[in-house]
Design a protein around this ligand. Structure first.
Ligand code: SF4
Ligand code: SF4
Length: 215
């Protein structure tokens, strides 16, 4: 019910379908469900359903709002974009290193290949074209990333890391001929969980504002 105040049902279904298809290339649907559960646990504490019970708000509304936060960039409704939220909250990354150990493939733009090879020219035979994204390359094997220092838990080439690493947990996808920065919905990335939580809180507040205006 709350979600319907923010977005047309049909548009939501289209966005959700597109987002799940993009995510499925990276993560399983189980990952996404786990992320939504992790956000739900936190959102329940941040936004009280009880307070708005008389207006018909339920826990189901929180779940729907989270699904919307997964797929909608808030600039579409006059809010901050995914990039703005992520840039303003870099402290949400707890430096767990999972993205460097578990992400695959690591997209390397053709302009970045030579930069990476200056750190280790032996890797030349390990870098192959990415068949889905023509201007990009990837490592044949990249779990964990060859530049991840597992003992120090750090990137060995941090200042020269590829753009895809700088964007994380956002990822660039193409939809309807346009580039979009969507959230990589990984449940075990604190940055991604808190990003979706922040968006959910903004969406919840906006829906409540609209609901109150109706009553
Ligand atoms: S971006 Fe996420 S997965 Fe990567 S180090 Fe930060 S919290 Fe961990
Ligand atoms: S290049 Fe650095 S930041 Fe990027 S995945 Fe590898 S270790 Fe992580």
């Amino acid at each position: 019910m709350l979600r319907d105040l923010l977005i047309d049902k049909e548009l939501f279904s289209t966005l959700r379908k597109g987002a799940l298809e993009s995510e499925e290339k990276e993560n399983s649907l189980e990952d996404i469900e786990l992320l939504e559960k992790a956000v739900f646990k936190r959102l329940k504490k941040k936004r009280s359903v009880k307070k708005y019970k008389k207006l018909g708000v339920s826990k189901g509304d929180l779940k729907e709002i989270i699904e919307l936060a997964d797929v909608l960039s808030l600039d579409a409704i006059g809010g901050p974009s995914n990039v703005e939220i992520a840039d303003n909250h870099q402290e949400w990354c707890n430096n767990c290193g999972r993205c460097c150990r578990e992400s695959s493939p690591l997209f390397i733009h053709r302009d970045e290949v030579n930069i990476l090879l200056t750190f280790n020219s032996d890797l030349e035979d390990e870098i192959v074209p990415n068949i889905l994204y023509p201007e990009h390359y990837q490592f044949k094997e990249d779990k964990p990333c060859k530049f991840h220092d597992s003992e120090a838990g750090k990137c060995r080439i941090y200042d020269s890391r590829p753009q895809v690493c700088r964007n994380y947990p956002l990822m660039l996808v193409e939809r309807d001929g346009k580039a979009h920065n969507i959230v990589n919905l990984r449940y075990n990335c604190n940055y991604a969980v808190l990003l979706v939580l922040e968006k959910s809180m903004i969406l919840f507040d906006e829906a409540i504002r609209k609901l109150k205006a109706q009553n």
